[in-house]
Design a protein around this ligand. Structure first.
Ligand SMILES: Nc1ncnc2c1ncn2[C@@H]1O[C@H](COP(=O)(O)OP(=O)(O)O)[C@@H](O)[C@H]1O
Ligand SMILES: [Mg+2]
Length: 456
């Protein structure tokens, strides 16, 4: 009899065929969705109208990962949401089966390979790295040592013109009160090793723009991370005539999407120098403000874009004296909602609502430039739906075929098995180069990965 470990149990999970190894589950329970490469058997399962990711993994790791993801969820750090661990599984012949970790499928998320298969412009690669670095810094701020930083373990969601990165694999992670510099450097060095491998594979598969060099790309991660970390946590000293620098620091942090919850301000004995250091920073500055004003819960850059539009709306309607939340409600019902409801239901799976609104604003800007007039919002929406949205691939729920690739997968539920024609680049995963490394909780098996890489 399987046991369910869960803080928010979903009773619809109970009747699923837990006595069958995940790899052999009947397809009526499965959905084919884009997925990164993995060591374990991972399947997307349908439960009523919800979609969950299921990963078959040994008990210690399943429970450890469940706890790590729960901690991240509690600290509001972007990661997939844990739902349950199903243990005590036995096959019909009484053979024990590994437990299954169930997480909520992260809607509109893209594994990096699906992104690269569509063709990625060089500056987009920089945006992906920025998103990854923000994720790493946010994890480190809450004391989370990842231990397995790699593109395969990140999911990307569109966030206005940028990307938001989510952690998907927390097996090797450890939660600490705070991280030492050495621990953070450890994650960084794992990131550079893994990403170098991943970028080299993309290069070999001709999916990386010629102007990009894997080595330079991974070097830039270190620079980007150190700059961000210094801005988020570094101390700053200045004279008492430069008090405005406190305000400047807070503004710069806000611009990076962080709020300062606690700022330590120390003044020297004679009062001539001031030292400031952010003690607690919370990510999601714009997200929180938009949520408070409108109830919309969106990514950080999307929130910034929508807030700008709200400010423009306020100015255009001459309401600078009116309470902000009142104007926000008008904006929601007169601008945002009409655009979102204008999208025909069959096209809703292409983009998230906030992303559609952002793209409509872009579309309107270009149309207005072209036509030399202010194009009304709904006209721009119709134009966008016809000219742009219809042509886009679905991103909420697509089949696993990498977008822009017509080849057929050998097993649509398991992209790691490659393509039917078996020609052209196969997804390569360093983990597949050798026998599965020994995995123990607390043991960063990344060393095995490095050794395997070196050996080839
Ligand atoms: N909750 C989820 N939502 C969307 N995709 C997921 C989810 N969980 C796993 N995946 C996909 O499955 C892949 C493998 O999952 P992961 O936890 O990294 O397995 P492994 O431990 O075997 O590496 C990920 O790269 C991701 O593409
Ligand atoms: Mg993984």
């Amino acid at each position: 009899m399987p046991r369910f470990l869960s803080s928010r149990p979903d009773s619809r999970l109970i009747p699923l065929p837990w006595e069958v190894p995940l790899a052999e589950w009947p397809i009526e329970h499965l959905v084919a969705l884009p997925r990164g490469i993995s060591r374990h058997v991972v399947r997307f399962i349908k439960v009523g109208s919800s979609v969950y990711a299921a990963k078959e993994v040994i008990e210690d790791l399943a429970i450890h990962e469940f706890r790590m993801l729960t901690d991240l969820h509690r600290t509001d750090t972007p990661a997939v949401e844990p739902l349950a661990v199903v243990t005590g599984r036995t096959s019909v012949d009484g053979e024990p089966l590994d437990p299954v970790l169930v997480t909520r499928h992260l809607e509109f998320s893209l594994p990096y390979r699906s992104l690269f298969a569509q063709g990625v412009r060089p500056d987009t690669v920089g945006r992906l790295l920025d998103a990854m670095v923000v994720l790493l810094a946010r994890l480190h701020l809450v004391g989370f040592l990842w231990g397995d930083v790699s593109l395969s373990n990140i999911l990307f969601r569109r966030d206005a013109g940028e990307f938001a990165a989510y952690l998907v694999d927390a097996e090797t992670a450890e939660m600490h009160e705070t991280l030492t510099r050495g621990q953070r450097e450890h994650d960084l060095s794992i990131a550079t090793t893994n990403l170098f491998g991943e970028f080299s594979d993309l290069e070999a598969g001709q999916m990386l723009d010629d102007s990009l060099d894997p080595l330079k790309l991974v070097e830039s991660i270190i620079t980007r991370y150190r700059e961000l970390w210094a801005e988020l946590t570094g101390a700053e000293e200045f004279s008492d005539r430069e008090v405005f620098r406190i305000e400047n620091r807070v503004r710069r942090l806000n611009a990076l999407g962080f709020d300062v919850a606690e700022l330590a301000i120390d003044t020297s004995a004679d009062g001539s120098t001031i030292r400031i250091q952010p003690k607690v920073v919370d990510a999601g500055h714009h997200t929180r403000r938009l949520l408070r004003l409108t109830g919309l819960d969106v990514e950080e850059h999307q929130a910034r874009r929508l807030l700008n539009d709200l400010d423009t709306f306020r100015a255009r309607t001459n309401q600078s004296h009116v309470d902000e939340s009142v104007v926000a409600h008008q904006w929601l019902t007169q601008c945002f909602q009409p655009v979102v409801t204008a999208v025909p239901p069959e096209l809703r799976g292409k983009r998230e609502s906030a992303q559609i609104y952002h793209e409509v604003l872009d579309y309107r800007w270009y149309a207005s430039q072209r036509e030399n007039r202010e194009v009304p919002l709904l006209d721009a929406t119709w134009g966008y739906i016809q000219d742009v949205l219809r042509a886009l691939p679905d991103e909420a729920m697509t089949d696993t075929r990498p977008i822009g690739d017509d080849r057929q997968l050998a097993n649509p539920f398991d992209p790691s098995q490659g393509f039917v024609d078996d020609e052209g680049p196969m997804p390569v995963d360093p983990w597949e180069l050798e026998e599965e490394p020994e995995t123990r909780p607390g043991f960063l098996d990344i060393e095995a990965l490095r050794a395997a890489r070196k050996a080839t």
